[in-house]
Structures are given as structure tokens and as C-alpha cells.
Design a binder for this molecule. Structure first.
Ligand SMILES: Cc1cc2nc3c(=O)[nH]c(=O)nc-3n(C[C@H](O)[C@H](O)[C@H](O)COP(=O)(O)OP(=O)(O)OC[C@H]3O[C@@H](n4cnc5c(N)ncnc54)[C@H](O)[C@@H]3O)c2cc1C
Length: 312
């Protein structure tokens, strides 16, 4: 369920293993990759690849083994017991013996003027993904939590300067993460200030900031990293599924707390939220699903044998 890199990889492995597999997505398969201009860190593409092309290649590869991505929005689920039920927005429902949840996550937005228009043109939600594109430039990081401060320090490997812009008077990041930022000469801070607009026409030229005293000013930047958290796409999940901060907890084999239900990619707690990790999770989860189905079959055989014996 979910046709991003996690779901597509699980689907590819399952179809190749000749399991009766359905991949369901509420939109076009490809997930967040479809919204990513350029991917530079997925192995096998030495010059990088556009998000659209990578998604297209993943879909084509999965189709080669017979996987058919199907359009449908899952609105609720019953996951306990041997038969899992997925209820769809069009009032239909699907039954499955095992379910791999790959519904992903979405980066939180600032929802300010210019943000949507300049996404991919200087506005980014992922420092690991896009940092190297900003070599020797001046960039802003919006946010004050662990991810924002950690990623700001990471960005200094590439950029000239990083300015952390934070709404409150104190950062929320753990003290050890803050220390690393304070000690780094390339990092500076603008606190008690909000980004109220991102400026530029074909690319980012800077941000408009509103300070606590109500004054507004323009600060020039070539890149703006919005790192104000990520929200899991979890609203359709049943209450009995164990979550951590809204993300599904799994063991190393991608098993959730419910037998026969796995979770992969960005929806999974502890995910590093990259294409490669989602794909890796997908491969592991499919193997776990195969083992689970074999186990079910074995149990079934034992029950049949017992029935035969008792009827003798
Ligand atoms: C702007 C941006 C740039 C990025 N750049 C890079 C990069 O350069 N390199 C990199 O490695 N990673 C990058 N990432 C991260 C990467 O895209 C994600 O880590 C990856 O796509 C996660 O894959 P996934 O399969 O877990 O989920 P997603 O890609 O989020 O896919 C989830 C799918 O589930 C579907 N879905 C959700 N809810 C339902 C439902 N109720 N019913 C049916 N379907 C549903 C969605 O439609 C979606 O297709 C970037 C992310 C963003 C936002």
C-alpha cells in the first residue's frame, strides 16, 4: 500500500517471487520522487537522475515482472487476524494475507508566499538531498529542532554560510547538537523571527523576515532549507498499530506489532527518509512477507493433517 520507492521495491520483489501482489496508490505511483527535481545520491546513476525518470524506471522494472500499480485510496484497515481488509474511498474493499504499508511522509511547509512557486528553485526540504547543489552559496535554514540544527551544520560542508532562522528565542535542538552549531563559524542565527515570504522569480533571491518587534526586513539567500518537521501519512492506520510519534515502529525485518503487517520507507520510525532506504526496506519487507506466507501455509497443512487423522 503506497507506490513510492518503498512500495514499488516491495512490489517488484513480490511480483518477481510470483506472489499474488497488488500495489495500490491514491495517485500516480512514484511517491515523493515525482516531486523531486533531481536525485544525485541514488546508486547506479553517476550523473544523477530526474525524480520523474527514476520513478518511471522503477515502475517499468516492476511492471516487467507483472506488477500492476492500481489507483485507489485506502481510508481504513482491519489488520488483525489472518485476513487483512483494506477499505477504499470508493466503498470497495480488498482482502490480503499480508500487507506492506508504504504510505510515506510529507515535509511540513511554512505556507508563506513564494514557497510553492520556488520549490526546487532554491527552496528545499531535504539538506541531505540538495546540500551539494548549493556549493559556496549563502543559505538559510528555517527551524530550530534537532533536524534543522543538525542539517545546518551538515550544510557547512558545501555552502559558504548558513543562517538558522527560528521563531523562538531558544533553539529546541538537543544541547550537544546546539553546541556543534555554536562552534561552527559558518553558522549564524536569527531568533525570535519568522519567515513571512520567500522572494525570487526564477530562483530564490532571499527571504522576508518578521522580527518579534513587528519589523520586517529582507535578507538575501540563494537557498532556503525548510526543516520544520515531517508529518507521517498515517491517518488511515488502525489504532492497534504501534506508532512512535506517528511513525510505525518495526523490527529489523520491517515487522510491525501486528502479525503479517510490515512497514517500509518514510512512514517507518527510524527511517533516514531517503529513496535508497525506502527501497532497501521494501526488499527486506517482501522477504519477511514471503516467510510469513510460508508459515501460514505450513500451519494450514498441519491443521489439514490433524483433520485427516481425527476423521480416521
Ligand atoms: C523535495 C524532496 C526532495 C527529495 N530529494 C531526495 C533525494 O535527492 N534523494 C533521496 O534519496 N531522497 C530524497 N527525498 C526523500 C525521498 O523522496 C523519500 O525518502 C522517499 O520517496 C520515501 O519513499 P516511500 O516509498 O517511503 O514514500 P513516498 O515516496 O512518500 O510514497 C508514498 C506513497 O504512498 C501513497 N499513499 C499515501 N497515503 C495513501 C493512501 N491512504 N492510500 C493509498 N496510497 C497512499 C502516496 O500517494 C505516495 O505515492 C526527497 C524528498 C522531497 C520531499
Amino acid at each position: 500500500m503506497g507506490g513510492g520507492p518503498g512500495g514499488l521495491t516491495a512490489g517488484l520483489y513480490a511480483a518477481r517471487a510470483r506472489l499474488d501482489t497488488l500495489l495500490i496508490d491514491k495517485g500516480a505511483a512514484g511517491g515523493q520522487v515525482l516531486r523531486t527535481d533531481w536525485i544525485d545520491n541514488y546508486p547506479g546513476f553517476p550523473d544523477g537522475i530526474s525524480g520523474f525518470e527514476l520513478a518511471d524506471k522503477m515502475i517499468a522494472q516492476a511492471r516487467r515482472f507483472g506488477l500492476q500499480p492500481t489507483l485507489g485510496e485506502v481510508v481504513s484497515m482491519e489488520l488483525r487476524g489472518e485476513t487483512k481488509k483494506l477499505y477504499l474511498a470508493d466503498n470497495k474493499h480488498l482482502k490480503a494475507k499480508t500487507v506492506i504499508i508504504a504510505t510515506g511522509a510529507s515535509p511540513n511547509k511554512l505556507n508563506v508566499p513564494g514557497e510553492a512557486e520556488l520549490t526546487g528553485k532554491g527552496v528545499s526540504y531535504c539538506a541531505t538531498c540538495d546540500g551539494p547543489f548549493y556549493r559556496d552559496m549563502d543559505v538559510a535554514v528555517v527551524g530550530g529542532g534537532n533536524t534543522a540544527v543538525q542539517e545546518a551544520v551538515y550544510l557547512t560542508k558545501f555552502v559558504k554560510t548558513v543562517t538558522i532562522i527560528h521563531r523562538r528565542d531558544e533553539l529546541r535542538a538537543a544541547p550537544i547538537i546546539q553546541e556543534a552549531a555554536f562552534q561552527n563559524k559558518q553558522v549564524s542565527f536569527i531568533c525570535e523571527s519568522e519567515v513571512v515570504g520567500i522572494e525570487g522569480t526564477t530562483e530564490v533571491t532571499g527571504v522576508r523576515i518578521k522580527h518579534a518587534n513587528g519589523e520586517e526586513e529582507f535578507k538575501p539567500f540563494q537557498g532556503v532549507f525548510v526543516l520544520v518537521g515531517v508529518s507521517p501519512n498515517n491517518w488511515m492506520l488502525p489504532k492497534e498499530l504501534a506508532l512512535d510519534n506517528g511513525f510505525i515502529t518495526t523490527d529489523g525485518m520491517m515487522r510491525s506489532n501486528i502479525s503479517g503487517v510490515m512497514a517500509v520507507g518514510d512512514i517507518r520510525a527510524d527511517s533516514i527518509r531517503q529513496v535508497i532506504s525506502a527501497a532497501g526496506d521494501g526488499a527486506v519487507a517482501e522477504k519477511t512477507a514471503e516467510q510469513y506466507l510460508e508459515h501460514l501455509q505450513q500451519n494450514m497443512r498441519i491443521v489439514m493433517e490433524r483433520k485427516k487423522c481425527s476423521s480416521k
